[in-house]
Design a protein around this ligand. Sequence first.
Ligand SMILES: Nc1ncnc2c1ncn2[C@@H]1O[C@H](COP(=O)(O)OP(=O)(O)OP(=O)(O)O)[C@@H](O)[C@H]1O
Ligand SMILES: [Mg+2]
Length: 139
Amino acid sequence: MLVGKILTVATLKGGSGKSTFAACLSVYWHLNGFKTVLIDADPQSSVARIGEREEELGGLPVLTVSPRGLDDKIAKLAGEYDYVITDTAGFKNPATIAAISVADHVLIPIKPSPLDSTLRATLPLWCSKFQSRPAGARR
Ligand SMILES: Nc1ncnc2c1ncn2[C@@H]1O[C@H](COP(=O)(O)OP(=O)(O)OP(=O)(O)O)[C@@H](O)[C@H]1O
Ligand SMILES: [Mg+2]
């Protein structure tokens, strides 16, 4: 079992497979008996729309959220679920920064192609985890 229960899937490269990966991993855990919730923090709402179709994601709960207070909301859900996975947008925005700030793991899908492999924009975003909360904060 993975150590840590809050996972955020994030990269500033659009179309890299964030939503596919977040949805597949969530459904896998859900179907294997782990209490899992998938948060759709992308305004495109791709996974939320799929989740609305009956049984499309195997009955996995999918939440749409607003960026305000998202870090605290994720932390609260972590007390209720085995895994909290957040799918983020392919551009920098407050929801992505909040979801990274509370994450135990940040998963960065990268297609093995020259145009996809640069993390120039994503890595500073990931580093924001260590700047967005005051020293001594919970995470
Ligand atoms: N492992 C994979 N193998 C092959 N194709 C994939 C894989 N993962 C995703 N895809 C395809 O790549 C495309 C983009 O996937 P997806 O929507 O998950 O990316 P995304 O990073 O969430 O995009 P966005 O930045 O727009 O939110 C889709 O057509 C999807 O079917
Ligand atoms: Mg997506």
